[in-house]
Design a protein around this ligand. Structure first.
Ligand code: FAD
Length: 396
């Protein structure tokens, strides 16, 4: 690839910010256009399901308001022409680029429009979503139904329980978060929710939300039940924002598919990072993975930007072990790697019944994942062991 003088970063959140910062740190002095669909400068999402809901508006990302870029906020990239090397925006602007960073992240999966438009139905992805949810809670919502027992659903449930609200979590899986943390830890999590007063309804789907006078009143379930609700939070996972790439030649398959160095497949001069990127992970036999965690977006933003500047020949592979930590009802739950890829798992420390334990997950004897509940030092050790592809003998 020739000299880079114009970089477009599409998506102004964590991965995009980190790409911008890295370009400058690496000495790139050319033009950077940062395009963000939200009107806000980059901010931090993790507080949205925690402190923001209880009144603290601090969502600052270090350096998020000090950017040496052409800032194009409140505008959306709507098309990519990889031959002409231009990104088209929804206001008609065409941005020429020599290098493009795709960091458009993901958005919440939704129920049909007529149900989402009922008052009292919320999703949680942006600061505006969080403030809208907080206002609705302040208006007095005693009975809250959280749809989805995943990471966001679990955090919202625990924040709202701490406010003394009646919380029901409806989850399609038989065990919450089994895909992310395995069935053993998932069963512990179900008990943990119950011990903290959350009603968990597992193994059922939401058929519809019913309303009255334009306001949600109940959640109808596939087993025939109707759970009364003053407020509903839809936490059914996310979908990557890739529609704007249709017809561009960039390969899209549950995210932007890249090589191990984060260059988008099928085109040149384009890298992807963060929740939108799906890449073959060298530590896991080249399995294509997409990760929706903070540290991943942060580290990928940096590596993608560096690789863009260096070019394919000198690019580094992205092989960080994905790691996530959350607190559910005050208990620290962490996981690393990909427990879902394992064919064996077992307890390596602590005691599940005491709510302090670590589990290891192996594939053909090689460690591919770990979960630690209130054992952060064990998580550090296991994460290193995953990176080193250590062999371990565990049984369920
Ligand atoms: C409520 C909540 C709590 C979380 N808590 C944690 C946590 O505790 N720990 C953790 O590890 N992770 C957590 N996460 C996940 C973490 O925040 C994400 O992994 C991270 O934000 C991903 O960053 P990103 O830059 O890849 O994408 P995003 O943050 O999704 O940002 C993408 C940006 O691109 C914009 N965009 C989309 N399409 C276009 C377009 N066509 N043109 C221009 N702009 C566009 C979007 O509006 C958005 O601003 C949480 C997420 C949420 C929502």
């Amino acid at each position: 690839m020739g000299t880079i003088e114009r970089v477009v970063v599409a998506g102004a959140s964590l991965a995009g910010l980190r790409a911008v910062k890295t370009l400058r740190e690496e000495g790139y002095s050319g033009e950077i256009s940062l395009v963000g669909a939200e009107p806000h400068l980059p901010y931090n999402r993790p507080p949205l399901s925690k402190s923001v809901l209880t009144g603290d508006d601090d969502v600052a990302l270090p350096g998020g308001d000090d950017l040496d870029v052409r800032w194009l906020g409140g505008r959306r990239a709507v098309r990519l022409d990889t031959r002409a090397r231009t990104v088209g925006l929804d206001d008609g602007t065409e941005l020429p680029y020599d290098g493009l960073v795709i960091a458009t992240g993901a958005r919440p999966r939704r129920l049909p429009d007529e149900q989402m438009s009922l008052r009292g139905v919320h999703v949680l992805r942006t600061i505006d979503d969080a403030k809208a949810l907080r206002e609705a809670l302040a208006e007095g919502a005693e009975r809250v139904v959280v749809i989805g027992g995943g990471f966001i659903g679990g955090e919202v449930a625990s924040t709202l329980r701490s406010q003394g609200r009646q919380v029901t979590v409806v989850d399609a899986g038989r065990v919450p978060m089994a895909g992310a943390i395995g069935r053993q830890a998932g069963r512990w999590l179900a008990g943990h929710h119950a011990r903290h007063g959350v009603e968990l309804v597992s193994g059922v789907r939401v058929v519809a939300l019913t309303g009255e006078g334009g306001r949600v009143r109940a959640v109808r379930l596939s087993d025939g039940r109707a759970v009364p609700a003053d407020l509903v939070v839809v936490g059914m996972g996310v979908v990557p924002n890739t529609e704007w790439l249709d017809g561009s030649g960039v390969r899209v398959d549950d995210g932007v598919v890249t090589g191990a160095e984060l260059f988008a497949e099928g085109v040149s001069g384009v890298v992807a990072a963060g929740d939108v990127a799906r890449w073959p992970h060298g530590l896991f036999d080249g399995e294509l993975v997409r990760v929706e965690h903070w540290a991943n977006a942060n580290e990928q933003g940096a590596v993608a930007a560096r690789n863009l500047l260096r070019g394919v020949g000198e690019a580094e592979r992205f092989e960080a072990v994905p790691t996530l930590g959350t607190r559910v009802h005050g208990t620290r739950v962490q996981w690393a790697g990909f427990p879902r890829l394992a064919n064996e798992s077992g307890l390596v420390s602590g005691d599940i019944d005491e709510g302090k334990f670590a589990l290891a997950f192996t594939r053909e004897g090689v460690l591919v994942g770990a979960v630690a509940v209130d054992l952060p030092k064990e998580m550090i050790r296991l994460r290193k062991a995953i990176a080193a592809r250590e062999r371990l003998s565990v049984t369920i």
